[in-house]
Each structure stands twice: as structure tokens, then as C-alpha cells.
Design a protein around this ligand. Structure first.
Ligand SMILES: [Zn+2]
Ligand SMILES: [Zn+2]
Length: 243
């Protein structure tokens, strides 16, 4: 009985690789430009038990391979939740990589605040030192690319989305998912009202070639913008009457 899924697949040739999250794992994206790499989110970092006779290779090993392949990568977290940050508790710290997060999420990660990072409980949370704290209007450079940081509260207080205007890459964490889905707002720091305003604001971004969400398969091409508008319609339907 052998494994497994391929750990890292090219998504947009020469530009974006990814590892698709399994179960509640977050997707992991690797953006490459001029031999520089940015890893966005890290996955859970725990190997699940064998499922359905398959020895699934968990993201702890996958992430180790990613870091081995891109040893000088920067890592950016869209938010603090453990399904996006779990791997940092081991691999990245050992490799002394630059870790980027919004100032608000950074404070929870640096405290090792289990209530915020893993509200479901049951796991030990280690403190993660954040090298670079970012806020709205900051940029993150990767080779020739420059990602704009959008502070997008709603799913958590310090969630961020990253947008690269030249290539139209839109990385949305747990704020916007494909098919009219959006992040839950019932966890600590969540706010339906903030998520509503966040998604309305994000829906104004016009040039989008890739919707790279924290979960679900990515959407590449002109469909991407339509999926952002589906999320807008959905929050208007769910929350619009109360705002
Ligand atoms: Zn998530
Ligand atoms: Zn989350």
C-alpha cells in the first residue's frame, strides 16, 4: 500500500506552484519570480492517520520538501489559524525563514494564543516569531513582482489578502472561496459585518487572472473574477439586510 499525491504541482507555469490542501489543510502557494520565492500559508503540519487504505502524505512532509526546494523563500501567512500556520511550529523555525503576517495576527502568533489560533482545541500551540509585520498598503516583493497587502478583517481580525496587479494574482486566504463561498465568522475575532465590507471592497479589484483561495481548487483565467463576484452576491444575500 503506497502513497500518495504529488506534493507540489505547477499551477501557472513559471509563476505559481501549489499544494492542494487535503481535508481541512490549507492550500499552500509558492510564487516564483527571478529565482525568488514566496510561500503563502503552510498547511496544518500534522500527518493524518492512514485513510481508506491510503497512506496520505501529510503537509508536514510536503512542507519540508517545499522548504528544501526553496530554502530562501519568504513565508506569508494570510491569517493565524492553525490550518494555515501549523507547519511553522516546526519546519520554518528550524530553517530561519522570513515570516510575514499582519500586525494583529502576528501578536496572536507570537503569544501562541491557542484560543485564537486553534479554537477547536486539542493541540499544543507553540509561539511563532514573526519577522515582518505588514498592514494595509504595504507591499511584499518577490523578484519582479510586488504584492499589495489588503487588510481584510472578517474571518479573523488581522486576515490579509495579497494582490499582484501585473499578473492579476489574487490570494484570498479564508476570506473569499470559489463558487460563492466565503470564510466563517463565528470563530474568535470573526465579524460578519467586517467580512461583508471587506468582500464588497475586494470585489472592486478588476484585473484578476487567478483566484488563489486558502481552500478549494484555485480558479485560473477570466473565471476568477466571476467567482469573486459570486462571493460578493453571497455576502449581500446573507448579511446585506443587516448592515
Ligand atoms: Zn483555513
Ligand atoms: Zn481560517
Amino acid at each position: 500500500m503506497s502513497t500518495h499525491q504529488s506534493f507540489l504541482t505547477p499551477l501557472i507555469p513559471g509563476l505559481v506552484w501549489h499544494s492542494l490542501g487535503f481535508g481541512i489543510e490549507s492550500n499552500v502557494y509558492i510564487i516564483i519570480s527571478n529565482n525568488e520565492a514566496l510561500i503563502v500559508d503552510t498547511g496544518f503540519g500534522f500527518d493524518p492517520p492512514p485513510l481508506f487504505g491510503l497512506n496520505y502524505e501529510g503537509t508536514r512532509k510536503i512542507f519540508q520538501k517545499i522548504v528544501k526546494k526553496f530554502p530562501h523563500a519568504k513565508i506569508c501567512l494570510t491569517h493565524a489559524h492553525i490550518d494555515h500556520s501549523g507547519n511553522l511550529m516546526a519546519t520554518a523555525l528550524e530553517n530561519e525563514l522570513e515570516i510575514i503576517a499582519h500586525t494583529i495576527e502576528a501578536s496572536f502568533l507570537e503569544q501562541g494564543n491557542a484560543h485564537y489560533i486553534n479554537p477547536f482545541g486539542g493541540l499544543t500551540i507553540k509561539k511563532i516569531p514573526i519577522t515582518t509585520k505588514v498592514e494595509e498598503n504595504d507591499t511584499i516583493a518577490v523578484g519582479e513582482l510586488s504584492f499589495e497587502v489588503y487588510h481584510t478583517p472578517g474571518h479573523t481580525e488581522g486576515s490579509i489578502c495579497l494582490y499582484e496587479p501585473n499578473k492579476g494574482l489574487f490570494i484570498t486566504g479564508d476570506t473569499i472561496f470559489p463558487n460563492g463561498s466565503f470564510g466563517r465568522t463565528d470563530l474568535p475575532g470573526g465579524s460578519s459585518e467586517k467580512l461583508y465590507h471587506t468582500i464588497l471592497r475586494l470585489s472592486e479589484i478588476s484585473h484578476i487572472n487567478a483566484l488563489l483561495a486558502g481552500h478549494s481548487p484555485p480558479i485560473i483565467g477570466k473565471e476568477a473574477k466571476k467567482h469573486v463576484l459570486m462571493a460578493k452576491k453571497a455576502v449581500e444575500m446573507y448579511f446585506g439586510n443587516f448592515m
